[in-house]
Design a protein around this ligand. Sequence first.
Ligand SMILES: [Zn+2]
Length: 66
Amino acid sequence: MINIKSILKFWKGGDGKKSIRVSNDPVCGMRPTEGIGFVHEDIKYSFCSDHCKEQFEKDPEAYITR
Ligand SMILES: [Zn+2]
């Protein structure tokens, strides 16, 4: 699970880059593999495997807490 509020806090204090990147795989919480990513509502999520990416793509809201 990813807490959107913590991402937005990071965004405000960020360096002005357009996209926000989430550091951990939101599906399983593991460290993501480079190159496996998915952008949802201007936030880039990274995943450890294609399997986790597919899970997230099916229902992104299930893995995002607001
Ligand atoms: Zn994963």
